[in-house]
Each structure stands twice: as C-alpha cells, then as structure tokens.
Design a protein around this ligand. Structure first.
Ligand code: HEM
Length: 263
C-alpha cells in the first residue's frame, strides 16, 4: 500500500537548481506560478514544490515527483501541456545549475513532529481497552455473536496488537503472529454480510467512546477511515471469490487530510 506517501516504486524525483539574480527573482516566481498550472494538470506529475534558499536568496530548487522518468520525458514533454510550460520557463533555462532525476532510496521516513495515531490514541493500553470493550459488546450482539462463537480468549488482544501496529505503534502483531496475509486469512470462508460489517463498525465506535479514545474530529475521522477500509476487506476476503493475497506488510495508517490539532 502506498497511501502513506502517495508514491509508487517507479516514481522519480527531479531536482532543478536555479541561480537567479535578485532583480529577476520576482518575475521568475511569477513565471513559475503560471507554469505550475501545467504541472498541476499533468497526470504524470505527482507533486511539485519550488523552494528558495534562506541563506542565499539567489538559489532556488524546484522538486518535481514524476510517475516515472519515462513519463516525464515521453509523457509530459510530448503532451499538450508542455508548450505553455516551456514558454514560461524558457527565459530561465540558462540559469539552471543542475537538472537531474533522483531515485528514492530505502532511507526515508517521518520525524516525530506529528504524533502517530497510536500515540495520539493513548498508546497500547488504549487499544487493549478498545478491543476489550468491543468484544464484550460483540458476544452479546444478535448479528455478531454467531460469527464469533467459540472466540479464542487471546483474540481481543491480537486485534489490539494489530490495530496498534496499523496506527503506528510497535510492530508486535507482525512479529508474534504474521503479516497482512496472515490476518486476512483469518477471515477466509466466514461469509461476513454487509449488515454484520455495519454492526462491527458501529460497535467499535461505541467501544472507542467507552474506552476513552480521543474524540477530536481529526483522530476519529482517520480512525473510522481505517475501520471502513479494514471491514470492507474483511467482507471481501470472507466471501466465496476471495483468493489469498500476496504477503505484504501491515498497512501503516496515517492522519487524513486534516492533521492533528495541536493548539
Ligand atoms: C478493521 C476491521 C477488522 C480488523 C482490524 C480485524 C482484525 C482481525 C484480526 C487481527 C484477526 C486475527 C486475530 C488473531 O490473530 O488471533 C481477526 C480474526 C477474525 N475476524 Fe476480524 N477484523 C476486522 C473485521 C472483521 C469483521 C467485519 C468481522 C465480522 C463481522 C470479523 C471477524 C473475524 C473473525 C470471525 C475472526 C476469527 C476469530 C478467530 O480466530 O476465532 N473481522 N480479525
């Protein structure tokens, strides 16, 4: 899954370094503001950002993530968008100091400026409280009790470990139980219905309230997005057409469009 970064294995990052004399920097920025409309419209462009050096105002770096080098050179450059783009930036071509494509390496990640959903929720104890409250409801529920008949005593804690890992906590589920494929396989053949899925979604939200998980809009919307995604996968993989998925890492869920509010 690439939801975390919005990029795929073949994406490439182009860096263009400019040195623009102070007296031309305003027109340079204005030209790029217009040229950016062509990048924004290109299906080959993932994202772009023009930055200016704090220590030396003459230095600018434009970073463009392309879906691939070939898509940049043969897709964007031969597209209808390119002539308008080139017309804007042509006056600055002689000011380019470097223009090359860079491949990402495995050295990448996030710092801790934004807490993980796991930390925000209250850590491992919060997820244990959540699944305990949840399965206490499940075993009394008319639609779900039959699905979970003969539930293993460790089930609630396993699901807590899973959620802990998905929301950015320690990788305890994949270390002690298995990866995504292992978890998905637990749902094979169970024939989960849409009403049962809906009830699961409703009860886990009730359990989140009861277990004291944060109620802010940003956390709950990200939490619910995962629950929607996960329960819909569970229904799919419990059905007659399900095939074993290739083993893949546990999905790492993150904040949605709204980051946490830290007043
Ligand atoms: C976000 C949604 C879901 C998550 C994160 C989730 C998580 C898990 C995990 C981690 C396991 C394996 C537990 C273990 O290793 O012992 C499991 C098993 C199971 N899940 Fe889910 N699940 C989800 C949705 C559902 C839904 C919607 C249903 C049914 C309505 C369901 C029914 C079951 C059943 C019956 C098992 C097997 C329990 C057993 O081993 O006896 N799950 N689930």
């Amino acid at each position: 899954m690439t939801a975390d970064t919005g990029t795929t294995a073949s994406t490439v990052i182009e860096y263009i370094r400019y040195r623009i004399p102070e007296e031309r920097s305003a027109e340079f920025l204005a030209a790029y503001t217009r040229a950016a409309a062509q990048l924004a419209a290109s299906p080959h462009c993932v994202d772009y950002e023009l930055t200016r050096c704090e220590e030396d105002f003459a230095h600018f770096v434009l970073r463009i993530t392309w879906t691939s080098t070939q898509d940049h050179l043969e897709g964007f450059r031969t597209s209808d968008l390119f002539p308008a783009f080139l017309a804007e930036i042509r006056p600055y071509i002689a000011d380019i100091e470097e223009m090359r494509h860079y491949q990402p390496t495995s050295v990448r990640g996030r710092g801790s400026a934004v807490p993980t959903l796991y930390t925000w929720a209250g850590g491992a104890e919060a997820f244990s409280r959540l699944t305990e409250a949840f399965y206490a409801k499940v075993v009394k529920d008319d639609l779900l009790a039959p699905v979970f008949a003969g539930l293993a005593p460790e089930h609630a804690e396993h699901v807590a470990l899973w959620l802990t890992e998905v929301f950015g906590g320690p990788p305890a589920y994949s270390k002690t139980q298995g990866g995504h494929g292992h978890m998905v396989a637990k749902h094979f053949g169970r024939g989960i219905t849409e009403p049962q899925r809906r009830r699961w979604v409703g009860l886990i939200q009730d359990a989140a309230d009861e277990a004291g998980l944060p109620t802010d809009a940003e956390f709950r919307s990200a939490f619910l997005a995962y629950i929607e995604w996960g329960t819909r996968l569970a229904v799919h993989f419990s059905g007659p057409d399900a095939e074993s998925p290739a083993e893949q890492p546990v999905p790492l869920w993150n904040w949605g469009a709204a980051p946490p509010y830290q007043g």
